[in-house]
Write a protein that binds this ligand. Structure first.
Ligand code: BDR
Ligand code: CA
Length: 328
């Protein structure tokens, strides 16, 4: 049976790839896309979600706008990373219409009540925090939350210790982890420890273009800016595509392993946005998270290519060699 999910996101280049992957997975029924301010302002993010849905031929999936700013702080954004249009300066044509009157929070509240539904959160968790504030019982009804965010042993990407999604709205993330603790839930934290291993390289992109030119050129169009950013920022030939790993993990649990533990998010000071992972059980609290620390990039890219391109995995013989080019 398909699992119902809401993709809560801030597209965003890697969010777009994640959404494309989710739409390509027969195990998932995407009930809707909720957008939060993050990489791009919320209006731009919603417009980008529609552009991606149009490319995928899935404009039947509704897109709901959520928070325009983080819960308590000013909005920073990450257009330096994702381009001035939030989609790698691909400047794809706008998709008019398909506006929804309902807010993201109301859609979340309604949908989790209808029938079992999970949330894959790929941006700052402001929408989820607002759901908790407005309708705690609705929050409690979420079947499962998988969040791309945070970091444990790996360094941050916005400060020495903080990952972008939780750094952009630390108060939102803090509320969501506390709410998980209150309701006995465990958030799957797909953080930088694992997503840093997911590097789309020029060779992998070339392989994609050879296998499925249309999809390959689309991915190239939206990732070129991201490749350039990683070169200048990290001296990396390739780009880290964080968000699709959260979607892939939701469907295939053996892709990542980690530890069940208690997590808090710092909301003040120089460590703002840091995930404080109590791996040594100092706090003696019931785990509210499954912090993922290990992943298998060869398996990820095999799944990613297979699903996105609609190709049998047995035909993807070059993936191991191409992934090892970068992983060593
Ligand atoms: C996260 O921040 C954004 O730039 C990406 O979309 C991803 O969700 C990585 O830190
Ligand atoms: Ca994102």
């Amino acid at each position: 049976m398909k699992r119902r999910v809401i993709i809560d996101c801030d597209p965003g280049i890697d969010d777009s790839l994640a959404l494309m992957l989710a739409l390509s997975m027969e195990e998932l029924e995407v009930a809707g896309v909720t957008v939060v301010c993050g990489n791009s302002p919320v209006d731009m993010g919603a417009a980008n979600a529609k552009k991606v849905l149009k490319y995928m031929g899935r404009l039947d999936i509704p897109v709901f706008k959520g928070a325009e700013r983080p819960l308590k702080r000013g909005y920073a954004g990450a257009l330096d990373t994702h381009g001035s249009d939030g989609l790698g300066e691909s400047f794809l044509p706008e998709v008019p219409g398909f506006e929804q009157d309902m807010t993201a929070v109301d859609f979340l509240a309604e949908t989790v009540r209808e029938s079992s539904c999970s949330v894959i959160a790929l941006g700052p968790m402001t929408n989820l925090a607002q759901l908790y504030q407005k309708d705690p019982d609705g929050f409690r009804k979420i079947e499962e939350i998988v969040s791309m965010g945070g970091n444990f042993r790996s360094h941050g990407n916005c400060s020495p210790v903080a990952e972008y999604n939780y750094w952009e709205d630390p108060d939102g993330a803090d509320i969501v982890y506390r709410a998980a603790a209150e309701f006995g839930k465990k958030i799957s934290m797909v953080g930088l420890d694992v997503t840093r291993k997911i590097v789309l390289t020029p060779s992998l992109l070339e392989y994609m273009k050879r296998l499925a030119p249309d999809m390959g050129y689309f991915v190239e169009k939206i990732t070129k800016f991201y490749f350039d950013f990683h070169w200048h920022q990290e001296h990396l030939i390739g780009c880290v595509i964080n968000d699709p790993l959260a979607v892939a993990y939701f469907v295939e649990r053996s892709l990542c392993q980690g530890l069940e533990t208690y997590v808090e998010v710092e909301t003040e000071g120089i460590s703002i946005g840091q995930t404080v992972v109590d791996s040594m059980n100092f706090y003696k609290k019931t785990p509210n998270a499954l912090v993922l620390t290990k992943t298998d990039p060869v398996r990820f890219f095999t799944l990613f290519f297979g699903r996105l391109l609609g190709i049998d995995e047995s035909a993807l013989d070059l993936i191991p060699a191409l992934v090892r080019e970068v992983q060593g």
